[in-house]
Design a protein around this ligand. Structure first.
Ligand code: B12
Ligand code: SF4
Ligand code: SF4
Length: 228
């Protein structure tokens, strides 16, 4: 019941997608007691307004969990930029993408981003972890990129390795970050724009009709809800 309440509250307050994941056995010792994750995605570019929206959604979930007597911890969307030392240290061992794939929201594409069959590569993410006994979804185990490698072919800096992500080998190298960053810095020097983003714009899952087909495939493959 609390799972449905949280989901409804967040969706009616601006979340595009809300998934619940079991992260049992994968968390750092300091947060391992809060091994259920509420993964929140909004279909908007990651900017100040989006971060404010995500933070307000996290607060809503936290308020509900507190009212019901559960423990929780909000991992901010921009954890790397937060002044609090503990929170800022979290980004390297708590990637929001880990919660999102584990909640069945999407897979990690060859462009290194979370790809949702329904919303494409543009979801911005935040996570609330908790000890509440929420109803969790099955994780997505493999990439659905298939034969596509548009992002790899067209990346102007040759940063993308073309490797396939899977939950079996979740940290396989997908992006040569130094190359991507150098390319972005050069483009900033040329036209004042720090971001490239071609690997986002070119992804077919960002296009509505492809997303709809993929959604059908996902429904037919029967992702099911399981309880912890
Ligand atoms: C540091 C950082 C950057 C750095 C380095 C990027 C990188 N790829 O590492 C820089 C500045 C370059 C950057 C750029 C961008 N970033 Co950034 N970034 C982050 C940040 C703060 C930490 C990422 C990190 O280093 N994590 C540690 C590494 C080890 O994990 P990871 O690669 O993120 O994710 C891996 C795990 O999740 C693992 N995994 C997946 N499922 C599972 C399941 C299990 C069980 C396990 C164990 C692991 C696992 O697979 C992933 C890929 O290997 C996150 C916020 C956060 N806290 O997550 C945002 C984040 C990843 N960035 C984001 C975005 C939007 C961007 C940009 C598009 C911004 C822009 N406009 O340019 C670009 C995209 C570049 C690209 N193609 O990846 C979004 C991604 C959303 C999405 N749909 O995927 C995030 C999640 C921020 C957010 N709150 O939404 N970013
Ligand atoms: S942001 Fe540009 S340079 Fe970086 S991986 Fe994507 S397409 Fe390549
Ligand atoms: S462009 Fe193709 S290969 Fe790249 S992330 Fe999207 S679906 Fe996957």
């Amino acid at each position: 019941m609390i799972t449905g309440l949280i989901r409804e509250e967040l969706l009616s307050s601006g979340a595009t997608v809300v998934g619940i994941a079991s992260l049992r056995g994968v968390l750092h010792d300091d947060i391992a007691h809060l091994d259920t994750a509420i993964s929140i995605g909004v279909d908007k570019n990651l900017n100040e307004d989006t971060i404010s929206l995500l933070v307000s959604l996290q607060k809503k979930a936290a308020k509900r969990l507190k009212r019901e007597g559960y423990r929780y911890f909000c991992i901010p969307p921009d954890s790397d930029r937060i002044k609090n030392k503990f929170v800022s240290s979290l980004f390297s061992f708590f990637p929001h993408k880990m919660a999102a794939t584990s909640a069945g929201i999407g897979w990690i594409g060859k462009n290194g981003l979370l790809i949702s069959a329904e919303y494409g590569p543009r979801l911005s993410l935040a996570t609330v972890i908790t000890d509440a006994p929420l109803q969790v979804s099955a994780p997505i185990e493999y990439s659905f990129c298939g034969e596509c490698s548009l992002c790899v072919e067209f990346c102007p800096s040759g940063s993308l390795t073309g490797n396939f992500w899977s939950r079996v080998e979740p940290f396989i190298e997908l992006i040569k970050l130094d190359r991507c960053n150098t390319h972005k810095s050069k483009s900033r020097a040329l036209n004042g724009k720090p971001n490239c983003g071609l690997c986002i714009n070119i992804c077919p899952y960002g296009r509505k009709e492809i997303r709809e087909k993929a959604r059908e495939r996902e429904i037919n493959s029967g992702f099911e809800e399981v309880r912890v």
